[in-house]
Design a protein around this ligand. Sequence first.
Ligand SMILES: CC(C)(COP(=O)(O)OP(=O)(O)OC[C@H]1O[C@@H](n2cnc3c(N)ncnc32)[C@H](O)[C@@H]1OP(=O)(O)O)[C@@H](O)C(=O)NCCC(=O)NCCS
Length: 219
Amino acid sequence: MIADILPDKVACRDAFDDSADCPLFPEEEALLVRSVDKRRREFTTARFCARAALGELGLPPVPLVPGERGAPQWPSGIVGSMTHCAGYRAAAVGHATDIVTIGIDAEPHEVLPAGVLDVIVRPEEAVRLRRLADTTPEVCWDRLLFSAKESVYKAWFPLARRWLGFEDADLTIDPTDGTFTARLLVAGPVVNNRPITELTGRWLARDGFVLTAIALPTG
Ligand SMILES: CC(C)(COP(=O)(O)OP(=O)(O)OC[C@H]1O[C@@H](n2cnc3c(N)ncnc32)[C@H](O)[C@@H]1OP(=O)(O)O)[C@@H](O)C(=O)NCCC(=O)NCCS
């Protein structure tokens, strides 16, 4: 499903259960010693997806352990992103020569728990969400905003190596073409001598899930 919102140059894999047989590397096992079963299952299936996607790029299976602030450490020359929520896991990777950064996120297609929207929404976004809810009430726009902001952070962090708050990006969601744009309200990282001022992505609400994805092409 995530493939539907990523460019062809990005290799991806998703899973709707944890039935895949995915042996973990010792350094991955070591991270799970004190983890509950839910964490073990999401971690393992996400690695299964990531190794399958890396295989599509011609890379052998490698350990994928979280690095700085939880960001995955991909093999040299590879960019990528992983996500997991109840009933869904996915990973997406690309060659750094094609793609600058990737951020993907999956959420259950449900209204956000009480109080969460207030923490993540900017006033101008709240106005837009109300308009979207009036015209297309079947989509949980609050959840989509949340997911898009998570994707923004996952795409941002490997480049900037610093925090980006929910208030630091102003998101506009296009309900008709399935895209969104995040205008960065803080100085962004400089890539190829150009500061990144916005990130655009695609979204999908289908089969009980909300998916968002950003893949910034080089050049
Ligand atoms: C890190 C964060 C984005 C993860 O999102 P989530 O919806 O909670 O969880 P998901 O299952 O979708 O994603 C988890 C995966 O994100 C990845 N991830 C974690 N930290 C990351 C980081 N700093 N940079 C990039 N990817 C990261 C990891 O691959 C992780 O999987 P793993 O732990 O199995 O390795 C989220 O917990 C968070 O801290 N958000 C606050 C920052 C933010 O969203 N700002 C908004 C900017 S507009």
